[in-house]
Design a protein around this ligand. Structure first.
Ligand SMILES: Nc1ncnc2c1ncn2[C@@H]1O[C@H](COP(=O)(O)OP(=O)(O)O)[C@@H](O)[C@H]1O
Ligand SMILES: [Mg+2]
Length: 287
Protein backbone atom coordinates (compact mmCIF):
# COMPACT_ATOMS: atom_id res chain seq x y z
CA UNK A 1 0.00 0.00 0.00
CA UNK A 2 3.00 2.31 0.06
CA UNK A 3 2.91 4.89 -2.65
CA UNK A 4 5.59 4.97 -5.26
CA UNK A 5 6.23 8.66 -5.22
CA UNK A 6 8.03 8.60 -8.52
CA UNK A 7 4.84 7.36 -10.18
CA UNK A 8 3.24 10.78 -9.85
CA UNK A 9 5.05 13.39 -11.88
CA UNK A 10 4.37 17.02 -11.13
CA UNK A 11 1.64 18.67 -13.14
CA UNK A 12 -1.56 17.18 -14.39
CA UNK A 13 -1.47 13.48 -15.13
CA UNK A 14 -2.19 12.64 -18.73
CA UNK A 15 -5.55 10.98 -19.34
CA UNK A 16 -5.07 7.24 -19.54
CA UNK A 17 -5.13 5.62 -22.91
CA UNK A 18 -6.92 2.39 -23.55
CA UNK A 19 -5.33 -0.78 -24.80
CA UNK A 20 -6.04 -0.11 -28.47
CA UNK A 21 -4.48 3.31 -29.08
CA UNK A 22 -7.53 4.98 -27.67
CA UNK A 23 -8.66 8.59 -27.76
CA UNK A 24 -10.06 10.95 -25.15
CA UNK A 25 -12.31 9.86 -22.33
CA UNK A 26 -15.97 10.42 -22.85
CA UNK A 27 -18.58 10.87 -20.14
CA UNK A 28 -18.96 7.14 -19.61
CA UNK A 29 -15.29 6.67 -18.80
CA UNK A 30 -14.59 4.94 -22.08
CA UNK A 31 -12.26 6.13 -24.77
CA UNK A 32 -13.73 7.65 -27.89
CA UNK A 33 -13.04 4.54 -29.95
CA UNK A 34 -14.87 2.38 -27.45
CA UNK A 35 -11.95 0.77 -25.64
CA UNK A 36 -12.37 0.45 -21.91
CA UNK A 37 -9.92 2.33 -19.70
CA UNK A 38 -8.66 0.76 -16.50
CA UNK A 39 -9.67 2.77 -13.48
CA UNK A 40 -9.15 1.89 -9.84
CA UNK A 41 -12.61 3.27 -9.15
CA UNK A 42 -15.33 2.43 -11.57
CA UNK A 43 -19.08 2.79 -11.15
CA UNK A 44 -21.15 0.95 -13.74
CA UNK A 45 -24.80 1.64 -14.41
CA UNK A 46 -25.62 2.15 -10.74
CA UNK A 47 -29.24 2.66 -9.77
CA UNK A 48 -30.30 3.51 -6.25
CA UNK A 49 -33.69 4.45 -4.86
CA UNK A 50 -34.80 5.34 -1.37
CA UNK A 51 -38.44 4.30 -1.16
CA UNK A 52 -40.00 5.46 -4.40
CA UNK A 53 -37.40 8.19 -4.90
CA UNK A 54 -34.85 7.33 -7.57
CA UNK A 55 -31.56 9.00 -6.69
CA UNK A 56 -29.02 7.32 -8.96
CA UNK A 57 -30.46 6.43 -12.35
CA UNK A 58 -27.82 4.56 -14.26
CA UNK A 59 -24.66 6.35 -13.18
CA UNK A 60 -21.44 5.44 -14.98
CA UNK A 61 -18.09 6.91 -14.09
CA UNK A 62 -14.46 5.86 -14.04
CA UNK A 63 -12.21 8.18 -12.04
CA UNK A 64 -8.82 8.94 -13.54
CA UNK A 65 -6.19 7.31 -11.37
CA UNK A 66 -3.74 9.49 -9.44
CA UNK A 67 -5.54 12.67 -10.40
CA UNK A 68 -7.87 15.03 -8.56
CA UNK A 69 -11.43 14.89 -9.86
CA UNK A 70 -14.06 17.27 -8.55
CA UNK A 71 -17.64 16.11 -8.63
CA UNK A 72 -20.04 18.96 -9.26
CA UNK A 73 -23.80 18.99 -9.36
CA UNK A 74 -26.86 20.58 -7.79
CA UNK A 75 -27.81 19.80 -4.18
CA UNK A 76 -29.74 16.58 -3.71
CA UNK A 77 -28.56 15.12 -7.00
CA UNK A 78 -26.83 12.11 -5.45
CA UNK A 79 -23.19 13.13 -5.00
CA UNK A 80 -22.90 11.98 -1.39
CA UNK A 81 -24.85 8.84 -2.25
CA UNK A 82 -22.28 8.20 -5.01
CA UNK A 83 -19.37 8.53 -2.56
CA UNK A 84 -21.08 6.12 -0.16
CA UNK A 85 -21.42 3.60 -2.98
CA UNK A 86 -17.74 3.90 -3.83
CA UNK A 87 -16.63 3.23 -0.29
CA UNK A 88 -19.10 0.35 0.05
CA UNK A 89 -21.39 1.91 2.65
CA UNK A 90 -24.38 1.69 0.29
CA UNK A 91 -25.18 -1.22 -2.00
CA UNK A 92 -26.59 -0.47 -5.46
CA UNK A 93 -30.09 -1.71 -6.34
CA UNK A 94 -28.68 -2.43 -9.77
CA UNK A 95 -25.23 -2.02 -11.32
CA UNK A 96 -21.71 -2.55 -10.06
CA UNK A 97 -18.99 -0.71 -8.19
CA UNK A 98 -15.46 -1.87 -8.95
CA UNK A 99 -12.59 -0.80 -6.76
CA UNK A 100 -9.04 -1.89 -7.53
CA UNK A 101 -10.46 -4.32 -10.09
CA UNK A 102 -12.93 -5.99 -7.74
CA UNK A 103 -16.69 -5.78 -7.65
CA UNK A 104 -17.09 -4.79 -4.01
CA UNK A 105 -20.40 -6.61 -3.64
CA UNK A 106 -19.04 -9.84 -5.09
CA UNK A 107 -16.24 -10.22 -2.55
CA UNK A 108 -16.48 -11.45 1.03
CA UNK A 109 -17.28 -9.03 3.82
CA UNK A 110 -13.72 -9.43 5.07
CA UNK A 111 -12.31 -8.50 1.66
CA UNK A 112 -14.65 -5.52 1.42
CA UNK A 113 -13.39 -4.42 4.82
CA UNK A 114 -9.79 -4.74 3.61
CA UNK A 115 -10.61 -2.75 0.46
CA UNK A 116 -12.13 0.03 2.56
CA UNK A 117 -8.84 0.48 4.36
CA UNK A 118 -7.38 1.77 1.10
CA UNK A 119 -9.73 4.76 1.25
CA UNK A 120 -9.37 7.94 3.24
CA UNK A 121 -12.59 9.86 3.62
CA UNK A 122 -13.11 13.42 4.80
CA UNK A 123 -16.71 14.34 5.47
CA UNK A 124 -18.05 17.87 5.94
CA UNK A 125 -17.15 18.59 9.54
CA UNK A 126 -14.05 16.41 9.70
CA UNK A 127 -16.13 13.89 11.72
CA UNK A 128 -13.60 13.85 14.55
CA UNK A 129 -14.28 12.09 17.84
CA UNK A 130 -15.18 14.90 20.24
CA UNK A 131 -13.85 13.08 23.28
CA UNK A 132 -10.36 12.52 21.84
CA UNK A 133 -7.61 15.06 21.34
CA UNK A 134 -6.25 15.64 17.83
CA UNK A 135 -3.34 13.28 18.31
CA UNK A 136 -5.60 10.39 19.32
CA UNK A 137 -8.04 11.20 16.53
CA UNK A 138 -5.30 10.94 13.92
CA UNK A 139 -3.79 7.86 15.58
CA UNK A 140 -7.16 6.09 15.73
CA UNK A 141 -7.11 4.33 12.32
CA UNK A 142 -3.54 3.11 12.92
CA UNK A 143 -4.40 1.73 16.36
CA UNK A 144 -7.52 0.11 15.00
CA UNK A 145 -6.24 -1.35 11.74
CA UNK A 146 -2.52 -1.95 12.15
CA UNK A 147 -0.19 -3.64 14.61
CA UNK A 148 2.28 -0.76 14.57
CA UNK A 149 4.02 0.05 17.85
CA UNK A 150 3.10 3.29 19.63
CA UNK A 151 6.51 4.67 18.60
CA UNK A 152 5.86 3.97 14.94
CA UNK A 153 2.35 5.42 15.29
CA UNK A 154 3.78 8.55 16.89
CA UNK A 155 6.13 9.05 13.92
CA UNK A 156 3.32 8.83 11.42
CA UNK A 157 0.84 10.89 13.40
CA UNK A 158 3.36 13.67 14.01
CA UNK A 159 4.34 13.69 10.35
CA UNK A 160 0.72 14.12 9.27
CA UNK A 161 -0.03 16.72 11.93
CA UNK A 162 3.03 18.70 10.81
CA UNK A 163 1.95 18.50 7.19
CA UNK A 164 -1.40 20.07 8.04
CA UNK A 165 0.17 22.61 10.42
CA UNK A 166 -1.35 21.23 13.63
CA UNK A 167 1.66 19.76 15.41
CA UNK A 168 1.38 22.33 18.19
CA UNK A 169 -2.35 21.65 18.72
CA UNK A 170 -2.06 17.91 19.17
CA UNK A 171 -3.48 17.87 22.67
CA UNK A 172 -6.47 20.08 21.83
CA UNK A 173 -9.97 18.62 21.62
CA UNK A 174 -11.96 19.19 18.41
CA UNK A 175 -14.31 21.51 20.32
CA UNK A 176 -11.41 23.81 21.21
CA UNK A 177 -10.29 24.58 17.65
CA UNK A 178 -11.72 26.40 14.63
CA UNK A 179 -13.70 24.80 11.81
CA UNK A 180 -10.74 25.17 9.46
CA UNK A 181 -8.45 23.42 11.92
CA UNK A 182 -10.98 20.61 12.34
CA UNK A 183 -10.97 20.05 8.60
CA UNK A 184 -7.18 19.96 8.55
CA UNK A 185 -7.21 17.45 11.40
CA UNK A 186 -9.79 15.38 9.50
CA UNK A 187 -7.52 15.52 6.47
CA UNK A 188 -4.53 14.34 8.53
CA UNK A 189 -6.62 11.44 9.80
CA UNK A 190 -7.89 10.59 6.31
CA UNK A 191 -4.27 10.35 5.10
CA UNK A 192 -2.73 8.52 8.04
CA UNK A 193 -3.19 5.04 6.55
CA UNK A 194 -1.51 6.12 3.26
CA UNK A 195 -4.73 5.61 1.31
CA UNK A 196 -4.77 5.01 -2.43
CA UNK A 197 -8.02 6.93 -2.76
CA UNK A 198 -9.04 10.03 -0.82
CA UNK A 199 -12.61 11.28 -0.96
CA UNK A 200 -13.77 14.68 0.29
CA UNK A 201 -17.43 15.51 0.70
CA UNK A 202 -17.75 19.30 0.58
CA UNK A 203 -14.62 19.91 2.65
CA UNK A 204 -15.01 23.66 2.13
CA UNK A 205 -18.56 23.97 3.46
CA UNK A 206 -18.70 26.47 6.29
CA UNK A 207 -15.23 27.88 5.60
CA UNK A 208 -14.63 31.50 4.69
CA UNK A 209 -12.94 32.20 1.34
CA UNK A 210 -9.46 32.57 2.84
CA UNK A 211 -9.68 29.30 4.76
CA UNK A 212 -11.14 27.61 1.69
CA UNK A 213 -8.19 28.80 -0.31
CA UNK A 214 -5.74 27.55 2.34
CA UNK A 215 -7.48 24.17 2.40
CA UNK A 216 -7.25 24.00 -1.41
CA UNK A 217 -3.51 24.68 -1.22
CA UNK A 218 -3.20 21.91 1.34
CA UNK A 219 -5.12 19.46 -0.86
CA UNK A 220 -2.82 20.23 -3.80
CA UNK A 221 0.29 19.99 -1.66
CA UNK A 222 -0.70 16.68 -0.09
CA UNK A 223 -1.63 15.24 -3.47
CA UNK A 224 1.69 16.32 -4.95
CA UNK A 225 3.51 14.72 -2.03
CA UNK A 226 1.60 11.48 -1.61
CA UNK A 227 -0.19 10.91 -4.91
CA UNK A 228 -3.37 8.89 -5.02
CA UNK A 229 -6.77 9.27 -6.60
CA UNK A 230 -8.65 12.18 -5.07
CA UNK A 231 -12.40 12.59 -5.48
CA UNK A 232 -13.69 15.90 -4.19
CA UNK A 233 -17.35 16.89 -4.01
CA UNK A 234 -17.75 20.63 -3.80
CA UNK A 235 -20.18 23.42 -4.61
CA UNK A 236 -17.39 25.86 -4.76
CA UNK A 237 -16.59 26.66 -8.39
CA UNK A 238 -13.28 28.44 -7.66
CA UNK A 239 -12.23 25.32 -5.72
CA UNK A 240 -13.07 23.12 -8.70
CA UNK A 241 -11.10 25.38 -11.01
CA UNK A 242 -8.11 25.59 -8.74
CA UNK A 243 -7.62 22.05 -7.48
CA UNK A 244 -9.05 19.68 -10.03
CA UNK A 245 -7.38 17.93 -12.90
CA UNK A 246 -10.76 16.60 -14.04
CA UNK A 247 -14.35 17.66 -13.54
CA UNK A 248 -17.22 15.21 -13.24
CA UNK A 249 -20.74 16.61 -13.36
CA UNK A 250 -23.67 14.71 -11.92
CA UNK A 251 -27.23 15.69 -12.64
CA UNK A 252 -30.45 13.86 -11.94
CA UNK A 253 -28.61 10.74 -10.88
CA UNK A 254 -26.42 10.40 -13.94
CA UNK A 255 -22.97 11.47 -15.01
CA UNK A 256 -23.38 14.22 -17.60
CA UNK A 257 -19.72 15.18 -18.05
CA UNK A 258 -16.23 13.93 -17.28
CA UNK A 259 -13.17 15.62 -18.65
CA UNK A 260 -10.16 17.86 -18.01
CA UNK A 261 -11.00 20.93 -15.94
CA UNK A 262 -10.15 23.46 -18.64
CA UNK A 263 -12.47 21.69 -21.08
CA UNK A 264 -15.34 21.79 -18.57
CA UNK A 265 -14.88 25.53 -18.09
CA UNK A 266 -14.69 26.11 -21.85
CA UNK A 267 -17.64 23.83 -22.63
CA UNK A 268 -20.73 24.94 -24.57
CA UNK A 269 -22.85 22.37 -22.78
CA UNK A 270 -25.86 24.29 -21.37
CA UNK A 271 -25.85 22.39 -18.06
CA UNK A 272 -22.11 22.88 -17.48
CA UNK A 273 -22.26 26.53 -18.47
CA UNK A 274 -25.14 27.26 -16.15
CA UNK A 275 -23.70 25.29 -13.26
CA UNK A 276 -20.17 26.65 -13.55
CA UNK A 277 -21.35 30.24 -13.88
CA UNK A 278 -24.12 30.01 -11.27
CA UNK A 279 -26.53 31.48 -13.84
CA UNK A 280 -30.28 31.32 -13.17
CA UNK A 281 -31.05 30.87 -16.89
CA UNK A 282 -30.52 27.38 -18.31
CA UNK A 283 -31.68 23.79 -17.95
CA UNK A 284 -31.31 23.78 -14.16
CA UNK A 285 -34.42 24.83 -12.26
CA UNK A 286 -35.37 24.73 -8.62
CA UNK A 287 -36.56 21.09 -8.79
N1 LIG B 1 -30.08 7.06 3.50
C1 LIG B 1 -31.00 7.75 2.83
N2 LIG B 1 -32.32 7.50 2.97
C2 LIG B 1 -33.24 8.19 2.27
N3 LIG B 1 -32.96 9.17 1.38
C3 LIG B 1 -31.67 9.46 1.20
C4 LIG B 1 -30.62 8.79 1.90
N4 LIG B 1 -29.44 9.29 1.50
C5 LIG B 1 -29.72 10.26 0.60
N5 LIG B 1 -31.05 10.35 0.40
C6 LIG B 1 -31.72 11.27 -0.52
O1 LIG B 1 -31.08 11.15 -1.79
C7 LIG B 1 -31.00 12.41 -2.44
C8 LIG B 1 -29.57 12.67 -2.85
O2 LIG B 1 -28.81 12.87 -1.67
P1 LIG B 1 -27.28 13.28 -1.65
O3 LIG B 1 -26.47 12.28 -2.36
O4 LIG B 1 -26.96 13.51 -0.23
O5 LIG B 1 -27.29 14.64 -2.47
P2 LIG B 1 -26.05 15.62 -2.77
O6 LIG B 1 -25.86 15.61 -4.25
O7 LIG B 1 -26.50 16.98 -2.31
O8 LIG B 1 -24.88 15.11 -2.00
C9 LIG B 1 -31.56 13.44 -1.47
O9 LIG B 1 -32.88 13.73 -1.85
C10 LIG B 1 -31.52 12.72 -0.14
O10 LIG B 1 -32.54 13.18 0.69
MG1 LIG C 1 -23.91 15.82 -0.35
Amino acid sequence: MLHQHSAWPAGRPAPPVGPAGAGALNARGWTSDGAAVEHSIEVRDVHKSFGSFQVLRGLNVGFVDNAITTVLGPSGTGKSVLLKHIVGLLEPDHGEVHVFGKDIWKVSEEERFQLRKRFGVLFQDGALFGSMNLYDNVAFPLRKHTKLSEDAIADRVMQRLKEVGLERSLSKAPGEISGGMRKRAGFARALVMDPDVVMFDEPDSGLDPVRTSLLNDLILQMHAEHGGTYILVTHNIPTARKVSDYVAAVWQGRLVHYGPTEDAFASDDPFLRQFLSGDSAGPLGMD
